[in-house]
Design a protein around this ligand. Structure first.
Ligand code: PEP
Length: 234
């Protein structure tokens, strides 16, 4: 059971360091925990969480190790900082920054090759769900990924991200079972996870944890989500 906090473009280095120092002391119930700060805050997070089991993940990484790619960061650079893993293919990157299944695959392969753990995000839009295309979309997004011990998929229905609309546990369970029928890796659920719904979601057979956006920015709510998921920890 992994609970990962995606901080998106929130918390600069000072705030990230203070949050992580407080996280060290928090009651997280015994689940596996990770935080995903913005690039500029990674070093402070790594330093503040040194010697703990809490992983620090980036929010993306480039497929080349170095080169003329202004604004990008590579897997070896993240490793040099002591970063443990990275998110790849978040729907906000697909929506706003031109991320495609092909670039997701290249980023995932490079990150794994350089020893990073990867949380690869997939998920359908509301229009795709309403058109009955959920499985076709998930199938296409998952088809570019290969099984790997260090790979986790996050099922994040786009209509549930930052909207307050959570997938019902049954909808999430169905999507997770479908993804696992294609790829034998742990699957996290993401989309408006809160302390109030985390337990029921994580109790579903094929839900192996959560990728939490908004509710991970507040220490109390993030810790409460971790504790709610713990009974389903394996
Ligand atoms: C996310 O950013 O991955 C996410 C799931 O966001 P939220 O929890 O805010 O919906």
């Amino acid at each position: 059971m992994l609970i990962a906090g995606n901080w998106k473009m929130y918390k600069g280095p000072r705030e990230a360091g203070a949050f992580c120092r407080a996280l060290r002391e928090a009651d997280l119930g015994g689940v596996d925990v990770a935080v995903c700060p913005p690039y500029v805050s990674l070093a402070d997070a790594v330093q503040a969480l040194a010697g703990t089991d809490i992983g620090v993940y980036a929010q993306s990484c480039h497929w080349e190790s170095e080169g003329p790619f202004t604004g990008e960061i590579s897997a070896p650079m993240l490793r040099e900082l002591g970063v443990y893993g990275t998110i790849v293919g978040h729907s906000e990157r697909r929506q706003h920054f031109g991320e495609t299944d092909e670039t997701v695959a290249r980023r995932v392969d490079a990150a794994l090759e350089h020893g990073l753990y990867v949380i690869a995000c997939v998920g359908e839009t509301e229009a795709e769900r309403e058109a009955g295309e959920t499985e076709a979309v998930l199938g296409r997004q998952v088809s570019v990924l290969d099984e790997d011990d260090n790979l986790v998929v996050a099922y994040e229905p786009v209509w549930a991200i930052g909207t307050g609309k959570t997938a019902t546990p049954a909808i999430a369970q169905d999507a997770h079972a479908f993804i696992k029928s294609l790829l034998d890796v742990p699957v996290l659920y993401g989309g408006s996870v809160k302390p109030e719904n985390a337990g029921e979601l994580c109790s579903q057979h094929d839900i192996d944890g959560a990728l939490v956006g908004g509710a991970s920015l507040d220490l109390e709510s993030f810790a409460a989500i971790c504790r709610a998921a713990f009974p389903y920890h394996s």
